[in-house]
Design a protein around this ligand. Structure first.
Ligand SMILES: [Ca+2]
Ligand SMILES: [Ca+2]
Ligand SMILES: [Ca+2]
Length: 283
């Protein structure tokens, strides 16, 4: 750990990290507002306190490089970051506070300076994990895999993770790069590195939800007798983005109603009038 002028604040005993180590990840694993630091070595994942002492170590298998990296992300939105990390053989989700393995999946990689990414890849309002493998011929071998929470129970996060030194404030939601990024460590609620989450003053937060609405139903007969148009005003009154929804006009009451028109619609917060015709798709 270096001061801003380059002087050393503290250093971890090399015997602990075996003279290896990947990029650190920084985040708060216990909700006390003080960040912890996670570093990979060849045989252990080490979580350091802010003063450099080791809080916990967990045995891993990374003899091929000893330079992998992890991601801090609060998957269950309880204010305490979980740690997502993959060694040569497994993708792990550690409980940040004590290193307990919450879940693990096979993956195979000869590892280099790599690590998982966490972002809402499919924009369904729940974080996903992306991981790469490079060993052909094995199940869960070569290629990129995406993991999502069972029952969509992982917290929401941004849909962006733009590079290894990701700091949330270094990239905007629309993928523009800020000319002068806000220093992550000065933004209340952040002070993290290789962690994902929303900027604390963002209008969207992990517990934000979409709220699909349908209103102003109309039938326009200007085209009679050749045709008639069914129009609905569709929108999203919630703070979170909405994945594709199916909107339907039905004739009659629920249960016995027959389908008249249907369309697949995405809404991003704006309300708009959509004529519904069979097999229409709006993106
Ligand atoms: Ca802490
Ligand atoms: Ca958590
Ligand atoms: Ca997702």
């Amino acid at each position: 750990m270096l001061e801003h002028d380059g002087t050393v604040k503290w250093a971890v005993n090399p015997a602990i990290h075996e003279n290896w180590g990947g990029q650190p990840s920084v985040g708060d694993v216990d909700g006390d507002g003080i960040p912890e630091i996670g570093v990979v070595s060849r045989n252990n994942y080490n979580l350091c306190r802010a003063d450099g002492t080791i809080r916990w170590s967990r045995a891993i298998t990374e003899q091929t490089s000893g330079q992998g990296a992890s991601v801090f992300f609060d998957l269950n939105n309880d204010g305490r970051a979980e740690i997502v990390y993959a060694d040569q053989l497994k993708l792990f989700i550690f409980r940040g506070a004590d290193g307990t393995i919450l879940n693990q999946f096979n993956r195979y990689s000869s590892t280099a300076g790599e690590g998982p990414s966490v972002a809402d890849v499919d924009r369904d309002g729940h974080a996903d994990i992306l991981i790469a493998g490079d060993i052909a011929g094995l199940p869960e071998g070569r290629g990129i895999r995406m993991y999502s929470g069972a029952n969509l129970n992982w917290a929401n996060t941004r849909a962006v993770w733009n590079h290894d030194a990701y700091t949330i404030t270094n990239i905007n939601d629309d993928l523009t790069v800020p000319l002068s990024p806000r220093p992550n460590w000065l933004v209340p609620g952040l002070n993290n590195f290789r962690a994902n989450g929303f900027i604390p003053d963002s209008s969207v937060q992990p517990n934000s939800a979409p709220d699909a609405t349908v209103s102003l139903l109309r039938r326009l007969d200007a085209g009679l007798p050749a045709s008639t148009a069914l129009i609905a005003r569709l929108g999203n009154g919630g703070a979170a983005g909405l994945p594709v929804v199916r909107a339907e006009f039905r004739n009659g009451v629920s249960g016995g109603a027959s389908l008249l028109r249907a369309a697949y619609v995405t809404t991003t917060g704006a309300f708009s009038d959509k004529p519904l015709t069979n097999n229409t798709t709006y993106w």
